[in-house]
Design a protein around this ligand. Structure first.
Ligand SMILES: Cc1cc2nc3c(=O)[nH]c(=O)nc-3n(C[C@H](O)[C@H](O)[C@H](O)COP(=O)(O)O)c2cc1C
Length: 314
């Protein structure tokens, strides 16, 4: 397949990779509600996969042919392992590789994620290693590790690596998600990209709620190419389509679809029923009796009990 990054609308929209959320099941629910232009997998650890294979990554790299284009997001601190996982992702049919250099979780920063902001030589080697698979390589990162003003040097290093797309979550690792995203830096980052790597696409991420919000930001900050939305999908599963109000029936039908897909993929993903509960509030909201229904659903023990509880509302 040709490099899909060359054939995208401007701006393009991406559903952010979210661990234990944006798996093959939830991505298909979002596809039904209104698809973004690009899909990303959950992040997948290269060293875990190299040493323990499939069981270390628990279905994170499952994809279907209709998910197109789809990027595999990988992470780690061992470029040799990333080279191997990138090659595997190519065999699985992914259309691109993204390297996570922004995850702040303690378990990730022992070796990779945002730890790479402090180990630029490993970051550079990881990009080169991932490129050997022959797929386009992108990076998703934050402004810096501790201080916002780290962004200039860190993004300069990344932009010098000839990557196809740089997604910048507009916060530092230290800021986690506790402060508002630094939209005020977007123009400076665009200028840096224009100077160092005019061919690298720039995607902004952090606190962007919807397509309309993304469009407004891109209008204010010309030069931005893409918009990545993460938690906005929790507030509105239709956030990638321009839409006024969501109907109760539409939301509950998405939940029914989610239940069916959960059952269908269960033999492959092995995710316990309890993991479904975090999704209920996405669909059961903004109508009379929503809270009471949510309480009932939280006590269900399997997907059939959920279907039964929904029946009077359909
Ligand atoms: C539950 C959850 C899981 C996440 N998992 C990942 C991940 O696997 N890879 C990644 O790059 N970022 C991950 N993130 C970060 C998001 O991709 C995104 O950068 C962040 O939520 C900010 O964007 P938002 O304000 O649109 O949500 C995760 C975020 C959340 C809330």
């Amino acid at each position: 397949m040709a490099n899909f990054w060359n054939n995208l609308p401007q701006p393009f929209y991406i559903l952010a990779p979210m661990e234990a959320v944006t798996d093959v099941i939830f991505r298909h629910v979002v596809a039904k509600a209104g698809a973004p232009d690009i899909w990303y997998s959950e992040f997948t650890n290269a060293t875990g996969w190299v040493h323990a294979g499939e069981k270390a990554i628990g279905g994170r790299l499952i994809r279907t042919e209709d998910e197109n284009p789809i990027v595999a997001q990988i992470w780690g601190g061992e470029p040799g392992d990333m080279e191997q996982l990138a090659a595997h992702c190519k065999e699985l049919g992914f259309h691109g590789i993204d390297i996570n250099m922004g995850c702040p979780a303690k378990s990730a920063i022992k070796s990779g994620g945002s730890a790479l902001i402090r180990k630029p030589e490993v970051a550079v080697a990881a990009i080169a290693a991932a490129k050997t698979a022959g797929l386009p390589v992108s990076v998703k990162t934050r402004l810096g590790y501790t201080h916002v003003d780290e962004w200039h040097d860190w993004l300069t290093t990344l932009l010098q690596q000839d990557i196809v797309n740089l997604t910048i979550h507009l916060r530092t690792k230290k800021e986690m998600s506790k402060v508002p995203a630094h939209f005020e830096l977007i123009d400076d980052i665009v200028a840096l990209r224009d100077k160092i790597a005019p061919d690298t696409l720039l995607t902004i991420n952090g606190d962007i709620e919807s397509r309309a919000h993304g469009e407004e930001l891109v209008r204010k900050h010309p030069g931005v190419n893409g918009v990545m939305i993460g938690r906005g999908i929790f507030h509105d599963p239709f956030c990638f389509v321009a839409k006024e109000d969501n109907e109760k029936a539409e939301l509950l039908n998405l939940l029914l679809l989610h239940l069916d897909l959960f059952d269908q993929w269960q033999p492959h993903t092995n995710r316990p029923f309890e993991t479904l509960k975090r999704f209920f509030k996405i669909y059961v909201r903004d109508f009379d009796g929503a809270k009471e229904l949510r309480d009932i659903l939280m006590h269900c023990k399997n997907t059939n009990e959920v279907r039964e509880a929904l029946r009077p509302h359909l």
